[in-house]
Design a protein around this ligand. Structure first.
Ligand SMILES: Nc1ncnc2c1ncn2[C@@H]1O[C@H](COP(=O)(O)OP(=O)(O)OP(=O)(O)O)[C@@H](O)[C@H]1O
Ligand SMILES: [Mg+2]
Length: 234
């Protein structure tokens, strides 16, 4: 950790007609760190990832990447700058080989210092049809596609959705391996055991507002967070 900020949101507000999806959210993600983003359904997590990845423009406020104002960002210019992401439902070409799903990566500015399929534990499935992968392997392929552009920031929106047990443990190891390459990661997930075990910091959104920010332990023990979200299940 260098203490340098890789990506930050400053007073980001996102309004959909009458609905305030994000309400004055400010948060900075330090280079090389992995941060979990949690909150109840509809809290604004995906909206925030969409803003951070340049997919949508905030109603007000701004995103800074490498210290530069990215007010007029788009998904493609953000990707060129080095921000990668996965979507809640991953897009995979099932009738192509696993390796060919990686090679369709649209932009790659920096040389890859790793094999994306190695990182996600799919090196031995390289020449198999993507359609023959298990659900857990498909989710990891989604991560491999996202890191194949050598992003400096990786935004993962529920990469563990629908996964259980060993598949979640494997995904957690994958996320730690990506983090070890120096990539700055923001991870959204509802599974607390998986999320808390994969990140060093947790920020909590509720009703579009940032309500907590700390280590997994601090956030899990925050009475307000427990009441609003964790319910005591933690
Ligand atoms: N394009 C849109 N138009 C109108 N409202 C939207 C749009 N996108 C999101 N919203 C609303 O903004 C709020 C935040 O939604 P968002 O998808 O960001 O929540 P989330 O935290 O990702 O929820 P989940 O855990 O269910 O994925 C919700 O009330 C949602 O209905
Ligand atoms: Mg969402």
């Amino acid at each position: 950790m260098t203490g340098e900020v890789a990506l930050s949101a400053e007073h980001v507000t996102m309004r959909y007609r009458g609905l305030l999806a994000l309400d004055d959210v400010s948060v900075a993600f330090e280079r090389g760190t992995t941060t979990g983003l949690i909150g109840p359904n509809g809290a604004g997590k995906t909206t925030f990832v969409n803003v951070l990845s340049g997919l949508v423009q905030p109603t007000s406020g701004r995103i800074r990447f490498d210290g530069q104002d990215k007010r007029r960002w788009s998904l493609s210019s953000a990707a060129r700058d080095g921000v990668g992401r996965t979507f809640q439902a991953s897009k995979v070409f099932r009738n192509r080989m696993v390796i060919d799903n990686i090679d369709v990566a649209p932009v790659r500015l920096r040389a890859l210092e790793y094999d994306p399929l190695e990182i996600v534990d799919l090196a031995d499935r390289r020449h198999d049809l993507a359609g023959s992968l298990s659900y857990g392997e498909l989710r990891r392929l989604g991560v491999a596609i996202a890191i194949s552009t050598a992003p400096r920031v990786l935004l993962l929106d529920e990469p563990g959705a629908g996964l259980t047990g060993g598949d979640l443990d494997r995904l957690s190891a994958v996320i730690r391996r990506v983090g070890a390459t120096g990539c700055t990661i923001v991870l959204v997930d509802h599974n607390m055991r998986f999320l808390m075990g994969s990140v060093e910091r947790v920020v909590v959104l509720e009703g579009g507002r940032l309500v907590a920010d700390g280590t997994p332990e601090q956030v899990q023990n925050d009475p307000q967070v427990r009441a609003a979200y964790l319910g005591g299940a933690a």
